[in-house]
Ligand binder design. Structure first.
Ligand code: IPM
Ligand code: MN
Length: 354
């Protein structure tokens, strides 16, 4: 029987609740598909600070590198907000991404027909949306040096090298080849030098993908177009900070930030996490939506080559939503039944093992 080693990093806030549901679903699917998942838990974020005084301990990095994939929940919370930068949970996540070489972050936004009423946008605007943000994850202003804060002045540096742009552009064009063959590269080339280089390199890489249509869009316009007519997009290729912002925006097309999964790839192992944060305000109440994490688990199965298992999960989510089950965040007038985090996980697990 095939065995996969999964590093599980539940993290903080709602992290443990949502990851537990994803594991429930994964186990149901593994059982049916005849493979085995071996989980090893490691600490990350605030919960790692509490134990090791370090938001990303070496043991966690080693554990991840020793696995076939990483399943990640969420990090952060008010308890750790006032710590010095190097101890903040967010710093731990950034260090983890960098240490694992995860330079490409894929964030698909697929609208479930069943949820067209959960979005604040009009059904005719969002029905049929199927786009994906390819976000550069280990460069840009997040990591640029120098960076500094003094009493009266602070600065960060937005920096991209040709090589960094090239490899993320390749990921975007490869994704587009598997999809609708269109890449929208988002930058701010009317103001930033780093975006000028971004455009040049993206165009060079494009020459190797003549079947893919390429367009460039300024980030301010992209933010507007995403709401005006999201169906125009297939793959949105962009840098670290623009991708962070646009993917949160894209989640509102789908109806809830609790619905968007992500895959971070480029290194030896892939890391799979919902795009949302740790939502400390609702942690422990059983109302968090586990679907983003469960969809991330499906992306993980695809990455491991277990495509049938991934399909089982996607279909199960569709069926459960079609029957009217909703967590609180996506409950609207058509919800037959509002369910808890755990109930949603169990329903999806049940349907996935049919
Ligand atoms: C995300 C998050 C992180 C980011 C934070 C928690 C550091 O917002 O994964 O989108 O900005 O990348
Ligand atoms: Mn974000």
């Amino acid at each position: 029987m095939k065995n996969y080693k999964i590093a599980v990093l539940k993290g903080d806030g709602i992290g443990p609740e949502i990851v537990n549901e994803a594991i429930k679903v994964l186990d149901a699917v593994a059982d049916k598909e005849g493979f085995n998942l071996e989980y090893n838990e490691y600490l990350i974020g605030g919960s790692a600070v509490d134990v090791f005084d370090n938001p990303c301990p070496d043991e966690t990095i080693k554990g991840c590198l020793n696995s076939d994939a990483v399943l990640f929940g969420s990090i952060g919370g008010p308890k750790w907000d006032n710590l010095p930068k190097e101890k903040r949970p967010e710093t731990g996540l950034l260090k983890l991404r960098k240490s694992l070489g995860l330079f490409a972050n894929i964030r698909p936004a697929i609208i479930f027909d069943e949820l067209v009423n959960a979005s604040t946008l009009k059904p005719e605007v969002i029905k049929g949306v199927d786009l994906e943000v390819v976000r550069e994850l280990t460069g840009g202003i997040y990591f640029g040096e120098p960076r500094e804060k003094t009493e009266n002045v602070a600065f960060n540096t937005m920096i991209y090298t040709r090589e960094e742009i090239e490899r993320i552009a390749e990921v975007a064009f490869e994704e587009a080849m598997k999809r609708k063959r269109k890449v929208t590269s988002v930058d701010k080339a009317n103001v930033l030098e780093v975006s000028e280089l971004w455009r040049e390199v993206v165009e060079e890489v494009h020459k190797r993908y003549p079947l893919v249509e390429l367009e460039h869009m300024y980030v301010d316009n992209a933010a507007m177009q995403l709401i005006r007519n999201p169906k125009q997009f297939d793959v949105i290729l962009t840098g670290n900070i623009f991708g962070d912002i646009l993917s949160d925006e894209a989640s509102m097309i789908v109806g809830s930030i609790g619905l968007l999964p992500s895959a971070s790839i480029g290194g030896k192992v892939g890391l799979f996490e919902p795009i949302h944060g740790s939502a400390p305000d609702i942690a422990g109440q059983g109302i968090a939506n586990p679907i983003a994490t469960i969809l991330s688990a499906a992306m993980m199965l695809n990455f491991l080559g277990e495509e049938n298992g991934a399909k089982r999960i996607q279909n199960a989510i569709k069926e459960v939503l079609a029957k009217g089950y909703r967590t609180k965040d996506i409950a609207s007038f058509d919800a037959k039944e509002v369910v808890t985090t755990e109930e949603m996980g169990s329903l999806i697990a049940e349907h996935a093992s049919k």
